[in-house]
Design a protein around this ligand. Structure first.
Ligand code: CTP
Ligand code: MG
Length: 232
């Protein structure tokens, strides 16, 4: 069940794409919602496949859509499609277990919902893992003032935002680090680096990209439509 892109690539990308997209409103599972006439997942996989380091792509699809996703992606790139789980963490865990050992030693986890992520960001995260960091995340500075709010919507205090970062995907790992973190994971987190942090492994930040925005709410889809229309 091998599906190779660049045989000299040293990176496997796991793509959690099994979510419902509740915050986007009623409709198909989010990865299959259309952006510029094509599903979000097609945009995401096309950009992943354009990154020269990528050797293998594994997509965790909604369980009822595995065959449909295989057909959808066949003309886009060689991809392994597996059924995802009920939570994002389970979808990520479903993917590496299906892969033969001896695969690439660098593993990136990348949300299908970040459909317009530039291939350059994938290369940048992979490059930082290759350079020796065991866990790497792309981040952006936080632009809004952040307040901590308590009961009754009353402000408790203003958080110093200079030390805060908004975290994106792809998140990159040495395979053994990600596997160990998932094996030890108890509670569910929205972020794989969070599992790795709990293992005491240092997580290194690289600059993220505005174009790697996660399509979460209808506004994000409208923004992504605009970005696609102007060439991203
Ligand atoms: N995801 C997944 N399996 C799940 C839940 C989420 O593979 N059980 C994936 C989504 O498909 C998405 C990524 O994880 O690519 C980030 O999740 P999110 O943006 O929260 O997507 P959804 O869970 O689909 O959206 P919502 O939370 O609004 O339902
Ligand atoms: Mg979700």
């Amino acid at each position: 069940m091998t599906a190779q892109l660049n045989p000299r690539g040293d990176v496997a990308v796991l793509v959690p794409a099994a979510g419902a997209g509740v915050r986007l409103g009623p409709g198909a599972p989010k990865a299959l919602r259309l952006l510029g006439g094509e599903p979000l997942l097609v945009h995401a996989v096309r950009r992943i496949a354009a990154a020269p380091s990528v050797h293998t792509i594994v997509v965790a699809a909604p369980a009822a859509e595995v065959d449909a996703v295989r057909r959808l992606l066949a003309p886009v790139a060689p991809v392994v499609v597996v059924p995802g789980g009920a939570e994002r963490q389970a979808s990520v865990a479903a993917a590496p277990g299906r892969r033969a050992t001896g695969g690439p030693d660098i593993v990136l986890v990348h949300d299908a919902a970040r459909a317009l992520t530039p291939p350059e960001l994938i290369e940048s995260v992979a490059g930082a893992v290759r350079a020796g960091h065991h866990a790497v995340i792309p981040v952006l500075p936080v632009v809004d003032t952040i307040k901590e709010v308590g009961a009754g919507e009353v402000v408790l205090g203003t958080v110093d935002r200079s030390a805060l970062r908004a975290v994106q995907t792809p998140q990159g790992f040495r395979r053994s680090v990600l596997t160990a973190a998932h094996a030890a994971a108890g509670d569910s987190l929205t972020d794989d680096a969070g599992l790795v942090e709990k293992q005491g492994v240092p997580v290194f930040c690289v600059p993220g990209s505005e174009y790697a925005l996660k399509v979460t709410r209808p506004f994000d889809l409208a923004l992504a439509e605009h970005l696609l229309a102007v060439g991203h």
